[in-house]
Design a protein around this ligand. Sequence first.
Ligand code: ADP
Ligand code: MG
Length: 649
Amino acid sequence: MAKIRILPDALASQVAAGEVVERPAALVRELVENSLDAGARHIEVHAQRGGIAMIRIVDDGSGMDREDAMLCLERHATSKIRTKEDLGAIHTFGFRGEALPSIASVSRFRLATREKEALVGTEIEVNGGKLVAVRDSGGAPGTVIEARSLFFNVPARRKFLRTENTEFAHVEQQLRLHAIANPQVAFTLTHNGELVLHLPATRDMLERIRGLVGDELASRLLKVEETTVHGITVSGYIGGPGMSRSNRQMQTTYLNGRPIESASISYGLREGYHTALMKGQHPVTFLFIQMDAQAFDVNVHPAKKEVRFHDGHAVRDAISRAVSHTLENAAKLPSGHTPAARPAPAATVPRTPVVPDSRQEQFAMPVAASSAPLRDIPAARPQPAGDAPAVSHRVADVLERIAAARHAAATAPVQAAPEPEAEAEAPQATATAAETDEEEPQEPKAARETESPAPPEYRIIGVLHKLYVLMESKEGLVLMDQHAAHERVNFEKFRRSIESGGVPCQRLLLPVTLQTTPRDADLLRQNLPSLNRLGIEIEPFGPNIFKVETLPAFLKADDPAAWLDQVMEELSSLSAKSSSLRLSEDAIATIACRASVKSNDVLSIPEFQALLKDLFACEMPYCCPHGRPTLVQISTNELERKFGRRAPG
Ligand code: ADP
Ligand code: MG
């Protein structure tokens, strides 16, 4: 016998509904979550007019018996905290038994559900929180929930809805989030009767991601090997250097399987990407974090999106490590499968003849060894709005090609790669004292060695605007931004030197004195230890005056005073943006490197070759420390299309 009655607290539900279901996408979040919890293998989401006119979710999960179907519409009715285990694992996710009554209170709501073995199912209709009908239904096992005319009875709420397109974009994004975390579940999404997404079930996470983002992007993702630090397990896929977006839509992170956002995670990502991410850009991530449910709270956000970690630093650290390891390995291992090595150390690279005039002669430039066939990568397809400029895709193409070129390639043990700094330009080279730091344990580098076939060649064609080095590669035209490349090379020299105990420095013939503002003086004082570690020996010399005795050896600063001025200026503008005067060593190194590159330096061909070789010896050759690309490739295909030798597309 059906217990027909008016839900007791319809009004309270309407109020709560504003928090829990602020827009159609929120309904999708709640309802799909319920379907997943009910063990569904197939979930369909149908939306009309952005989901405002209708959202219908069809699942093949456990279904409910009549009593539960009635009960689930009561506030705080939930089946999920019956057992103790559930309590620990699910309760903390804010399972408050509020979603269904909230949705039912602000829509024309229909629930049809049937348990697998049940002869007959139940259908319940609720109109703006008022129970209208309960009847038998003969649907398939599982649950169908339909919400029409969202907020029809709460005009104040309806006002906050955006256009149908915007609302649907949110619906789709929400479904994507769920779909990524649940590849074993098939998802279908329609809008106004048209199929938008169809994702068959798969056991392979990457396959699911590919179904959502396309082959091109998926093929460039790096796998994050599952690692556990501080009891926090991180795994998933992330974009490599140069792959970024101007918004966070593709920065997806999951905690124990549920999509969440958290500042600690964002910081961790940023730290992990370090200089491989352009300022203001966001990474592409599909990152999964597993940790004890006791170690965080989800209820800070009624929509359950934001969590508060009890130990945010641990989370940040775990993520940052996972990301930086993945990026570092990717710079060495093409597509993460076969061990390959970095380019040969100086001594074993066959020397190219040094010929003085670039216009007469063209040079074969050994860059990296390869015997593997290069994969043909399709031209970048038009990207949805909000993407990073196309250039970063090209860089990623280059990255992938070069990575492929290095595939199975080979060189001597990597240990030999970093050359001893400082010879020529630093007659008095001395290592500055550097405390050994708590750097992450590095994997033994010699482990990456392999043997060496013939290298592929970049032929230097010339230089454009005294800045871009034009080179011919097998696939087309490669442009190298000479400044960006220099910055990357110098930056990594800094880093390696710091890691190995100190940056070799050159003593200036005459110490340079720096006159600063009181604020800049504070800034310098705060950062003296870091500056010293970077080979810049600087000490107070009077009120607001500093004396500089040494500079990093590999910087070719012919005018040290001007160089220091530039560094000072950038440091102070950087510090103006941060809350503390103490800057990170990397930030200082980045600035020092930028300042080290003079504009319009005319380099000779052998200098370019050396630069290119140094660049490819870097851990992250494809972008400068500010995250801008160092290399851009224009494929022959693209050129042929431009010249009409090939049909577009
Ligand atoms: P909560 O998810 O916090 O428990 P909800 O209001 O979202 O609260 O759902 C209430 C209850 O209704 C759930 O605990 C579950 O027992 C039941 N339920 C909701 N949706 C489904 C579904 N698609 N399949 C089976 N049971 C469901
Ligand atoms: Mg729920």
